[in-house]
Design a protein. Structure first.
Length: 386
């Protein structure tokens, strides 16, 4: 094993800082219990150690193998959806506890939005994703986790060389993403796909074509009045429709962000530096997750709960991870970089979901397949027969 890299030390420092902060302020209502320790180890310490092993052994896996594995997962999700939609008719069902909840003696009563990971839930019968469909989870911790996995599947499909495989995997990934009902990923994924097209075009045709396309688009968008007016109306309509998709959720989130920002800036200096550690008061009585310091990883988890010190630790670690991907970009697919950009955008309105670290570790070991003989500028000669 090689010495841990700066990136590994950054991940371990960020997780260790959280445990130390809770231990110091445990008397304020955020106890350092078994759940907190295991959660931090599972979210940060263990992934940091796994990344250390990956970097030390230079572990790489060819992209088609990972694509096949996610194809199997997609098929399982589609089979599960078919049973729910055609057999159960998306009706109510009995919610069972997970194996971890049974082993740790968790309360068997389900409270909506509180402790979802302790229960086995394929979908939320009371919520809607798109017209005619309930909001699906497929046994993930929440619909946001499912949406991130679906977005990763779509980005992974763009790297597959088989057109039929790419089309099928992309279509099913988008369908699963729609079933999750997660608006933030709905809006972010098209931006990432456009970025993927620009980077791919620049790699194949050169940067001149990308600059030409950007020049034509920017000139048309800002200098031709009919096009400019049409784009403004379309963007305003999209923003309005997205906000009204679940209007109550949008209003609650706005109030959460307003109170979180206000308390972060107007609170004591010690809290601004080290954070409040635990979440604040509830914004929506009767719904446990709707509290000050929630629903945004940047604003709630980092700035409010972990303070300026925790925020700087995360920024340093995240920047180091991006720099490591850039330094080792030689045989990496674009999905390794694009998924980090997608996470960086959705963290504005989403928490650091449990699937983020596993997806990042998968991206860290991805290796692009070797060039096809048809795309090589020279022929491949068979070795002489002796």
């Amino acid at each position: 094993m090689a010495a841990p890299s700066l990136l590994v030390w950054g991940i371990l420092a960020f997780g260790g800082h959280w445990l130390i902060a809770i231990a110091i302020y445990s008397s304020t209502g955020a106890p350092l219990d078994t759940r907190t320790v295991l959660g931090t180890v599972n979210a940060w310490i263990a992934p940091g150690l796994i990344l250390w092993f990956i970097q030390s052994q230079n572990i790489r896996v060819r992209l088609p193998i990972v694509a096949w594995a996610f194809s199997v997962v997609v098929v399982e999700m589609l089979l599960c959806w078919g049973c729910i939609y055609f057999l159960l008719r998306q009706g109510d069902y009995t919610i069972w506890q997970s194996g971890f909840a049974l082993l740790t003696g968790k309360d068997g009563e389900f409270v909506p939005g509180d402790g979802n990971s302790n229960f086995l839930m394929p979908y939320f019968p009371a919520d809607n994703s798109i017209p005619g469909f309930v909001r699906y989870v497929f046994f993930f911790a929440g619909p946001e986790s499912l949406a991130l996995v679906a977005a990763f599947i779509v980005l992974l499909a763009t790297e597959v060389r088989s057109p039929l495989w790419t089309a099928c995997l992309s279509a099913t990934g988008i369908f699963i993403l729609l079933l999750s009902g997660t608006r933030s990923v709905w809006v972010t994924l098209p931006i990432i796909l456009i970025l993927r097209w620009l980077l791919g075009t620049g790699k194949v045709w050169g940067p001149w074509l990308v600059c030409l396309v950007l020049a034509i688009v920017s000139f048309s968008a800002f200098s031709v009045p009919p096009i400019t007016n049409a784009l403004l109306e379309a963007s305003q309509h999209t923003a309005t429709e997205t906000a009204q998709f679940r209007g109550d959720s949008t209003a609650v989130r706005s109030e959460i962000y307003r109170r979180t920002w206000k308390q972060s800036l107007e609170g004591p200096e010690i809290n601004f530096l080290l954070g409040y550690v635990q979440r604040g008061e509830t914004v929506l009585p009767g719904y446990a997750p709707a509290t000050v310091g929630s629903h945004s990883f940047y604003l709630g988890t980092l700035l409010y709960r972990r303070g300026l010190l925790g925020t700087l630790l995360f920024v340093g670690m995240w920047s180091n991870w991006l720099w490591w991907l850039y330094r080792t970009r030689r045989d990496r697919p674009l999905v390794s970089l694009l998924i980090m950009i997608l996470f960086s955008l959705v963290f504005c309105v989403m928490e650091f979901e449990s699937v983020v670290m596993p997806l990042l570790l998968i991206s860290a070991i991805l290796r692009s397949p070797p060039p096809s003989p048809r795309t090589l500028p020279y022929p491949i000669l068979d070795p002489p027969v002796l």
